[in-house]
Design a protein around this ligand. Structure first.
Ligand code: HDE
Length: 718
């Protein structure tokens, strides 16, 4: 049975822990937190107790309900509030979810920055992280093929610092002025608002063909990176090039990375497609479930730095967001750890109203001339004004935990009341001065004194014109199964484009990356097969591009979901063995029965025993929602064998490369279902571990460890 902790208790516990570990943000938002269960009576918004909120005030004559009266201010308030509940959704990244956590610095980066958050190893900096998809609207499905947003707000002692990143290290365009065109092209088409949560349409592929700078990025989005198993199992990248400036005033260019402790894992495409309908909230539920079960997701935080004087030492422009800095050229330096450990109490005020800005940096961290970043620095602040109003930084989730004071005033929804008779600087009281006042102040943000000369022009530097080299590098670095998935992804996407010019041109673009890939895709989508490579593949590879390079440091099945399938007459020893082993390992076993009323084990006395109450029944769940399946032996196998849902469950799990465990009579069931597949089963009394398939069977009820082992092997290899 899944160990889901009662949310109320969990919260209380978390709050105590958070305050004791100095998580100032939790203490801060608690000031604005109220508990509906402590409310004695409903009141109006102006505090008057409400006598009846079920009937509108109207004229009744005992027989008929007459007209409703406009006079009813209580009914009107209720409807008014409801009418205005919605705010504009984010223009991109509308679908998302978030959680609180901590950032712990493990190694000071004082050699490259003066930022307290990156130099003071005694600090425990609170964070709020929001994950998202890009294309779909707020109610769209979680598992669509898309880039995932990875936005981190660090509530530092010197102000908020936001890394508004993605799970892919590069972007589609180089210059922010292209962003509206790009977003229009990727979003549902204007004539019919189709499709939702997909890039599989003419306009997207038309646009990226016409912008060859998008080539590197679409290779990533057609890879498994765009269908993560979980937000907890994906990397985060700042993408843009920022600057770090140390105490001596020396500048380094920097890229930010988050590397998940759980490794980088993805769904398979069929699974992602099905989950989009079967459980559209799959990723947001996964995050909540893991945190509720204390399987706190963690990421290493790393930086790549390049001294300013080496800016021109690379074949690519280091300010071009369509390029990575290969690890072989610029090593990653792990300096900290991010952990998420607290779910929000209420989605709207904490997650929907969370607002990130790339322009939010703290002293010691600065921008670069990355042309994508420069536009982003304008856009985020601007969009928050239309989404949340000019005072959006006063909202509990957005306000800093350090002192905040200035002479900005008024505007819609101003909450703060500032006493004093002046609201300007300089003033006769010398109240609230900037840090340069009398040259005495310390710690203010100063921009890096960059020396700039040039000619005003709408242009980028020549190195920005090369668009293929890293697209090839990425593709070459993938494992064979990842390459196969890329070919399938293109075949799917371009099959959904019905304008031949779009899919024919795209296969030509692919021939500039890798000819066999282009030929394979052309065959599938009905384009003429390219005969020659449009460009020679350089054959180079780099580390850290294939997901296979991210095998977890400490492999674990903690927080993985295991379905245990039972009907009346299951083997109680095998059942208890796997259930116990899974729980000890921190995995989440779910009992899936023929019904949710109690199910009885083989030989269990129904009159004196309560049986086991399943978490779900077969028809309420699907194999896609679990990482592994176990079927204990016992007479129940006869009933299971006749059940189409169970047989489909086994076949589908196998097709999705998931671990399947079976003992006793259930071994035969698994074998029969998978009979069409050329497999060599071992049915010896010892668990026969089919390492390459993850199917583990034991003729006897013993050895649930074998199942665990196979599960591990499988997950490490996918
Ligand atoms: Fe964004 N992006 N973006 N973006 N972006 C937004 O800001 C924008 C880009 C990213 O969880 C918007 O608050 C421009 C790159 C994330 O709340 C908007 C350009 C990367 C989120 C905006 C980019 C991102 C956003 C919409 C090109 C990866 C969600 C709502 C110059 C590094 C943040 C909002 C959250 C959201 C503009 C490109 C990541 C309109 C102009 C590159 C994770 O301001």
């Amino acid at each position: 049975m899944a160990a889901t902790v009662a949310r109320g208790l969990q919260k209380a516990e978390d709050t105590v822990r958070a305050v004791s570990t100095g998580e100032k943000k939790v203490a801060d938002i608690t000031r604005d937190t109220v508990d509906v269960q402590q409310g004695k009576f409903i009141t109006t918004d102006h505090g008057v107790r409400v006598h009846n909120t079920d009937n509108w005030l109207r004229v009744v004559d005992g027989k008929h309900s007459g007209p409703s009266l406009l006079e009813d201010q209580i009914a009107r308030e209720k409807i008014h509030r409801f009418d205005h509940e919605r705010i504009p959704e984010r223009v991109v990244h509308a679908r998302g979810t978030g959680a609180f956590g901590n950032f712990r610095l493990k190694e000071s980066a004082a050699d490259v920055t003066s930022a307290g958050v990156l130099t003071d190893t005694s600090r425990n900096t609170p964070v709020f992280v929001r994950f998202s998809t890009v294309q779909g609207s707020r109610g769209s499905a979680d598992t669509v093929r898309d880039v995932r947003g990875f936005a981190v707000k660090f509530y530092t002692d010197e102000g908020n610092w936001d890394i508004v990143g993605n799970n892919i290290p590069v972007f589609f365009i180089q210059d922010s002025i292209k962003f509206p065109d790009f977003v229009h092209a990727v979003k549902p088409e204007p004539q019919n608002e189709v499709p939702q949560g997909q890039t599989a349409h003419n306009n997207f592929w038309d646009f990226v063909y016409l912008h060859s700078e998008a080539t590197h990025m679409f290779m990533w989005t057609m890879s498994d990176r765009a269908i993560p198993r979980s937000f907890r199992m994906m990397q985060g990248f700042g993408v843009n090039t920022f600057s770090l400036v140390n105490k001596e005033g020396k500048r380094h260019f920097v890229k930010f990375h988050f590397i998940p402790h759980l490794g980088v894992h993805s769904l398979v495409w069929d699974e992602a497609l099905k989950l989009a309908g079967q459980d559209p909230d799959f990723h947001r539920k996964d995050l909540v479930e893991a945190i509720d079960n204390k399987a706190y997701p963690k990421w290493d935080f790393a930086i790549q730095t390049i001294p300013e004087e080496n800016q021109d030492d690379f074949e690519f422009d280091i300010l071009d967001a369509t390029k990575i800095w290969p690890e072989e050229l610029v090593p990653l330096r792990v300096i900290g750890e991010l952990e998420l450990n607290r779910n929000v109490d209420e989605f709207f005020p904490e997650t929907e109203q969370a607002a990130f800005c790339t322009s939010h940096v703290v002293p010691g961290i600065d921008f670069s001339d990355d042309p994508l970043l420069q536009g982003r620095n304008f856009s985020y602040f601007d969009t928050q004004i239309s989404r949340l109003g000019i005072n959006w930084e006063e909202l509990p989730i957005n306000r800093p935990v350090c002192p905040m004071m200035n002479h900005n005033r008024d505007g819609a929804m101003r909450h703060r009341i500032t006493t004093g008779t002046v609201n300007y600087w300089p003033n006769r009281f010398e109240a609230c001065p900037p840090t340069n006042f009398k040259q005495g102040g310390k710690g203010g943000f100063t921009s890096y004194p960059q020396n700039i000369a040039g000619i005003k022009n709408r242009a980028l530097s020549p190195k920005f014109r090369e668009h293929h080299s890293q697209a090839q590098l990425f593709y070459n670095s993938l494992s064979e199964h990842e390459k196969a998935h890329v070919a399938k992804a293109f075949s799917f996407e371009l099959d959904h484009c019905d304008d031949p010019i779009v899919y024919e041109r795209m296969t030509l673009r692919l021939a500039e990356i890798e000819l066999p890939l282009a030929q394979q895709v052309a065959t599938m989508v009905g384009a003429p097969t390219p005969k020659k490579a449009g460009m020679q593949n350089h054959g180079k590879k780099a580390r850290g591009l294939s997901q296979v390079d991210f095998a977890p440091k400490n492999p674990t099945i903690a927080s993985r979901r295991i379905a245990i399938i039972v009907d009346d007459g299951y083997d109680p020893i095998a059942f208890a063995g796997i259930n116990g082993a899974a729980m000890v390992a921190g995995a989440l076993p779910f009992v899936i029965g023929s019904r949710r009323q109690p199910i009885f084990a083989d030989g269990e006395d129904r009159s004196s025993s309560k049986g086991v109450t399943p978490d779900h029944h077969y028809d309420g769940m699907r194999s896609t929602m679990f990482d592994a399946t176990f079927i204990p032996g016992g007479p129940h196998v006869q009933t299971l064998s006749k059940n189409g849902l169970v047989r489909h469950w086994i076949a589908e799990s196998f097709g999705h490369l998931k671990a399947i465990g079976a003992t006793g009579d259930a071994v035969g069931l698994v074998q029969r279902v998978l009979a069409g597949v050329d497999l060599q089963f071992s049915t010896s009394a010892n668990a026969g571990v089919m390492e390459s398939y993850g199917v583990v069977t034991a003729a006897g009820p013993q050895k649930p460890e074998g199942f665990k082992e196979a599960f591990q092997i499988l997950k490490d290899s996918t």
